[in-house]
Design a protein around this ligand. Structure first.
Ligand code: HEC
Length: 151
C-alpha cells in the first residue's frame, strides 16, 4: 500500500512540475484550442488531399466541431505578457498585442470561414473542398504574421 502510494506520488510529481513552473494556463488553453482545431481541420485536409476517402458523416462532424471550437470566447486566452518575447513555451508574437484589432479580425475571418464550411461539409467532396480552402487561408493569414516559426 505504502509502496503504491509512493509510486503514484513520484509519478505525479514528475508529470506536474514542468507545467506548473513554465506555462501560463491561458497559453495552455489557447494551444489546446488550436490542437483541437487542427485535429478536425487535419481530417478534412486528409480527405481533400486524397489521403483518406471522403466520408460525409465524418466530414460533417469535423466541420461542426470547427464551428463550435471557433466560437470559444477568446477574451481570457490572450493576456498581455504572454508573448514569445516575454515567456517561454509560446509561439504568439508580440505583434498580436500591437495590432489587436487586426488579430481579432483575423480570428473573425476564421469564424466566418468555419461557419461557411458547416452547411456544405456533408454535401460531397467537391462542395467541402471549396469551403475548406477558405478555412485554410484564414489559418495561414494569421500564422504568417502572428505566429513564430516552429523551432
Ligand atoms: C487569428 C490568428 C490565428 C488563426 C486564424 C489561426 N491560428 Fe493557429 N495559432 C495562432 C497563434 C498566435 C498560435 C501560437 C499560440 C501559442 O503558442 O501561444 C497558433 C498556434 C497553432 C497551433 C499550435 C498549437 C500548439 O500545439 O501549441 C496549431 C496546430 C494551429 N495554430 C493550427 C491552426 C489552424 C489549423 C487554423 C485554421 C483552421 C489556425 N491555427 C488559425 C494564431 C492563429
Amino acid at each position: 500500500m505504502l509502496k503504491k502510494l509512493f509510486t503514484t506520488f513520484a509519478l505525479s510529481a514528475t508529470l506536474a512540475l514542468p507545467t506548473m513552473a513554465d506555462t501560463d494556463p491561458a497559453v495552455e488553453a489557447r494551444q489546446g484550442q488550436f490542437k483541437l482545431i487542427v485535429h478536425n481541420f487535419g481530417l478534412l485536409g486528409g480527405m481533400v488531399q486524397g489521403r483518406m476517402d471522403y466520408d460525409a458523416d465524418m466530414a460533417q462532424a469535423a466541420a461542426d466541431n470547427l464551428f463550435h471550437l471557433t466560437r470559444h470566447d477568446q477574451s481570457r486566452l490572450w493576456p498581455e505578457g504572454t508573448d514569445s518575447f516575454s515567456i517561454d513555451n509560446t509561439r504568439a508574437k508580440p505583434e498580436i498585442w500591437e495590432n489587436l484589432d487586426d488579430f481579432v479580425s483575423k480570428f473573425g475571418a476564421l469564424q466566418e470561414a468555419a461557419e461557411a464550411l458547416q452547411p456544405v461539409a456533408g454535401e460531397g467532396l467537391d462542395a467541402m473542398r471549396a469551403s475548406f480552402g477558405g478555412v485554410a487561408q484564414t489559418c495561414q493569414a494569421c500564422h504568417q504574421v502572428y505566429r513564430e516559426e516552429a523551432s
